[in-house]
Ligand binder design. Structure first.
Ligand code: GAP
Length: 526
């Protein structure tokens, strides 16, 4: 099937600028994707509720991840562990003692910041200067421009790169050695100012634990302190043996889980990028010690392919390898996405060694080992983890797909160019008029499609207005029922991105939609 009447746009924009995030936030509220939590009480900081379209999009992202990880791999199985866990879990994992953020206050503005984020923002500014130099040079040299050579040889760019490396190294070593005085000294030496007031009058840096604590049991004096889990991963580690035995898996194998996590983030800005209650999609892959680097590289590749298959823009992703490794890791990288506020972490891939399983063995007194029949020996497996924030993935989709367009006829539209397999609604059924048996015919089509596709019915307002409404919520296809439909069982089939329309028969609809919106097509491209 081909579209015959493509429109030509006079202008398009979804360029990351200061307003893009603001526009996305208000679009999400207006069109039922995301509301501030407890909105009637003016909201609760860094906590959000997903509305009717938001929950559908979120479920589709979850489904894409789950199918790609669990269904597509015979050696990955699922788990849904409780949020509350035995308090010793968090002692063993190191979260009680070390799950901290280094905080600094500005004495003049009284604003509080994460000290490491202030330094990272300084680095991002230097990266911005490199980008500017590259853009300037590309303009100057035209077709003859070799970006890679320019970055390698241009004196100013090399200087900026050295500065970044120096700052990263110093921040890394002072954070990992707990030398908070040096973190403050670094902020002062780099002359970092409060982004709000411009003041450089800083307090000392101090650590703040991010876990939310509560009590279990009804009597305060007999109650035990427990925590809301700050990551889903520990539910997987403590269940390693249960799952391995009951699913009869041999190494290498993985356990996947989607669930809520909670962190008392002090600096919670940027919408759903950093929340206090959020969802993670994590997979722990258990491997034979010594093979972990192979698997680490393999999972880096698989995960970036998963992202790129969505078609949100090849250049919107980059890897950031960690130099400053967490105490449990021997390699780690982030997949960063080009959010409206710049490249930021979307997913982490970590080679976590046997740190967690060994710690749980020590604290629980239970062996968490695998008997390898080939080597005739038992060992504690190493773990490669992939961990992605579902809400961050949601924001990545929104950021890449939110587009304001000026059309050829001078009108404007806002369209969410969401990949069809993820779109909250796959098809809208629109009777051209609310009379002459058109609604009855439309409902007949709806009742055929609704079992297989998330479908909307809309009979209110002029058809152009209804198309715009569907564009704004990212519905990839609209089916319009008119008088000709009553005669020959054909409908107008409209495509969201090109706005092209063509006539198709009702009998073809099911298969056409199946080909265009199915998750199967997306998964088989992996
Ligand atoms: N188990 C490993 C782990 O939790 P992490 O880098 O702290 O690693 C993994 O978190 C992912 O969870 C991040 O890449 C991010 O997508 C998401 N994430 C972390 N903190 C978040 C927050 N406060 N709000 C939203 N997403 C968050």
């Amino acid at each position: 099937m081909s579209f015959t009447k493509p429109y030509i746009f006079a202008a398009m924009s979804n360029t990351p600028d200061g307003n893009t995030l603001k526009n996305i936030v208000s679009h999400c509220k207006e069109y039922g994707f995301i509301y501030p939590s407890s909105d009637i009480y003016d909201g609760l900081g860094a906590t959000y509720d997903y509305g009717p379209n938001g929950v559908e999009l979120k479920n589709n992202i979850k489904n894409y991840w789950w199918q790609a990880m669990v269904r597509m791999h015979g050696n990955i199985v699922g788990l849904d562990a409780a949020i509350f866990m035995h308090p010793t879990t968090w002692k063993a994992s190191g979260h009680v003692d070390a799950f901290n953020d280094p905080l600094i206050d500005n004495k003049d503005s009284k604003k509080r910041y994460r000290a490491d984020v202030l330094v990272e923002e300084y680095i991002a500014k230097v990266e911005g200067k490199i980008k500017k130099e590259v853009t300037k040079a590309a303009k100057r040299f035209g077709d003859a421009f070799n970006e890679e050579e320019f970055i390698r040889t241009n004196g100013r760019v090399v200087g900026y790169k050295e500065k970044i490396a120096q700052v990263e190294k110093r921040l890394g070593s002072s954070l990992s050695s707990g030398n908070l005085a040096d973190v403050k000294a670094l902020i002062e030496e780099l002359e970092i100012a409060d982004p709000v007031s411009g003041s450089k009058n800083w307090t000392d840096v101090r650590q703040f634990n991010l876990m939310f604590g509560t009590e279990i049991g009804s009597l305060a004096e007999g109650a035990d302190k427990i925590y809301l889990r700050p990551e889903t991963a520990q539910g997987i580690f403590v269940n390693y043996l249960n799952v391995q035995k009951t699913s009869r898996q041999r190494l290498p194998f993985g356990i996947a889980q989607i669930g809520k996590a909670f962190r008392n983030e002090i600096i919670a800005r940027q919408f759903i990028f950093r929340m206090r209650e959020f969802e993670q999609m994590e997979m722990q892959f258990f491997v034979k010690p010594g093979t972990e680097m192979e698997w680490y590289e393999s999972w880096k590749e698989k995960r970036i392919n998963w992202h790129k298959a969505l078609g949100l823009g090849e250049n919107n992703y980059r890897f950031h390898d960690h130099h400053n490794l967490a105490h449990y890791a021997n390699a780690a990288a982030d997949i960063e996405f080009n959010f409206p506020m710049g490249f930021k972490e979307l997913e982490g891939i970590h080679s976590r060694t046997d740190f967690d399983l060994k710690a749980h063995e020590e604290y629980s007194g239970k062996k968490l080992q695998f008997f390898d029949p080939e080597d005739n020996e038992s060992y504690t497996p190493y773990v490669v983890e992939t961990s992605i924030g579902l809400d961050r993935m949601f924001l990545a989709v929104m950021s890449a797909c939110y587009t304001e367009e000026k059309l050829e006829d001078g009108s404007e539209r806002t369209v969410l160019r969401i990949p069809p397999a993820l779109a909250p609604n796959k098809v809208a059924i629109l009777p051209l008029m609310n009379k002459d048996d058109l609604p009855e015919k439309a409902r007949e089509i709806l009742s055929q499609l609704k079992f297989d596709f998330a479908t909307q019915y809309d009979a209110k307002d002029a058809i152009g207005k209804r198309y715009r409404r569907q564009d704004a919520i990212g519905t990839p296809y609209c089916v319009t029922i008119d008088h000709q439909t009553l005669e020959d069982d054909s409908v107008t089939f409209r495509e969201r991105d090109s706005m092209a329309q063509e006539r198709v028969s009702i009998a073809e609809l099911m298969q056409t939609l199946e080909e265009k919106v199915s998750m199967k097509r997306l998964l088989s491209s992996l």
